[in-house]
Design a protein around this ligand. Structure first.
Ligand code: CTP
Length: 405
């Protein structure tokens, strides 16, 4: 694919280098178009070396090739990172005073802006209006991350991490349309990762869930405008998604307490976590040693089912019209195939949607791609095509939207 990476003049311009690298490493043909001020932060030679293509800022280089029109027309995706307040203002008003803004005017492909600026600039009515205009024009303007900005200040306005921009940009290529802002004003709780049930201070019973699918759910929901709380069990060093509040927990009991607390007043709960069904009855205060008192078995007791508890609380009228999504990781066995087990689980759990993944043989756990089925309580069944975990998340949210009260 032909990807244009536009770079605005902000300190986060150095992170555009990793983004360019990700696109080239995944086989894309990348053209970097910085603004003049971006070159104050990162040199032209860096972008030329990383992309393997010439780099210009103005419309008067290579004039016979009409680059100010051609690059935009031929692009499959344009990603602006960092998108400064000034660059978004110029893009929103349709200016074409440099190669990047001219390219934005001629591009007919998906366009993603990854904003980076100080919190005051992000929250200024002028920027808010420009962001709304760009979204109305069909562009995807990402929610920025919160955190440390240049200098001592913190707040929303940090550039989302390159992996996150890459994940969202790849999602747009897969979806081939802009990300809808259909979850604005909604509160969504997502659980992710595996729980760990301690045996002693150094050992636990755990599972292979990486948390990647739940993180993708949270990330895509936030980028569709939702206010997202992510209840994260054990995950494999995943970055906090931009604009998502993360609550870290360890055990199934802690996850249950956190999910219950945050579901009050929420519009939807998505239980992507792999919650342990059992925990050891006895947790040793000191490390269990070999020798005279070594155990020869572990006695287990059942954990409560968080998802079933939510469904029951809703039946009891405690959670309003909360929409509830469950996940099922299944392998077929002598009693039935994956879908047979999944249909029975949906009926048993009573949630509105069940996302079904076939697991085993390198599928679903730890990997970046996923596929499966989406079963609805109304009897609908949809297959979820193979693609990134963000694509699967996006398809689930497409189905969830109409179920929100
Ligand atoms: N789940 C939960 N609490 C538990 C166990 C599971 O909330 N104690 C949720 C999971 O987050 C997931 C769904 O229930 O959304 C299905 O999880 P799964 O482990 O597949 O189902 P189980 O109920 O454990 O069924 P089984 O062990 O029979 O496959």
């Amino acid at each position: 694919m032909r990807i244009v990476v536009g770079v605005g003049g902000g300190i986060a311009a150095y992170k555009a280098c990793s983004l360019v690298r990700k696109f080239t490493e995944t086989g894309h043909d990348v053209r970097v178009i910085p603004t003049e001020s971006a070159l104050q932060f990162v040199g032209k030679a860096t972008f030329e070396a990383l992309s393997g293509n010439p780099v210009h800022t103005g419309v008067f280089a290579d004039v016979p090739e009409v680059p100010h029109v051609r690059i935009g027309q031929e692009a499959d995706l344009v990603v602006i990172a960092p998108a400064t307040a000034d660059l978004m203002a110029r893009a929103a008003s349709g200016r074409a005073d440099d190669l990047l803004t001219a390219t934005l005017l001629t591009a007919r492909c998906p366009v993603v802006f990854a904003p980076a600026m100080h919190t005051e600039m992000w929250e200024h009515p002028a920027t808010i209006a420009n962001v709304a205009t760009l979204r109305a024009h069909g562009s995807t303007v990402m929610e920025p991350a919160s955190g440390r900005l240049t200098g001592a200040d913190t707040g929303p306005g940090r550039l989302p991490e390159p992996e996150e921009i890459f994940a969202l940009a790849s999602l747009l290529l897969e979806r081939s349309d802009a990300l809808p802002r259909d979850l604005e004003g909604r509160r969504v709780v997502v659980s992710a990762g595996g729980t760990r049930e301690p045996l002693d201070p150094v050992r636990f019973l755990g599972n292979r869930s990486s948390g990647k699918q739940g993180y993708a759910m949270a990330r895509v929901a936030a980028q569709r405008g939702a206010q997202v709380t992510l209840i994260a069990g054990n995950t494999i060093g995943l970055e906090r998604p931009a604009a998502v509040e993360v609550v870290h927990v360890t055990t199934a009991e802690q996850m249950g307490t956190a999910v219950d607390k945050h579901s009050v007043g929420a519009d939807a709960v998505i239980m992507a976590a792999a919650v342990a069904d059992f925990r050891p009855v006895n947790v040793a205060a000191a490390k269990i040693k070999k020798g005279a008192h070594e155990p020869n078995s572990i006695e287990l007791t059942k954990n409560r089912d968080i998802l079933a508890g939510l469904v029951q609380a809703r039946r009891d009228g405690q959670l309003g019209g909360l929409a509830i999504v469950g996940f099922a990781a299944e392998t077929g066995d002598e009693h039935g195939d994956v879908l047979t087990h999944a249909r029975a689980k949906l009926a048993r759990k009573g949630c509105d949607l069940l996302v079904v993944n076939a697991v085993g043989e390198g599928k679903a756990f730890e990997v970046d791609n996923n596929d499966g089925w989406l079963l609805g309580a109304d009897g609908t069944e949809q297959s979820l095509d193979h693609g990134s975990k963000a694509l699967l998340a996006s398809r689930v949210l497409d189905a969830l939207g109409p179920l929100l009260r």
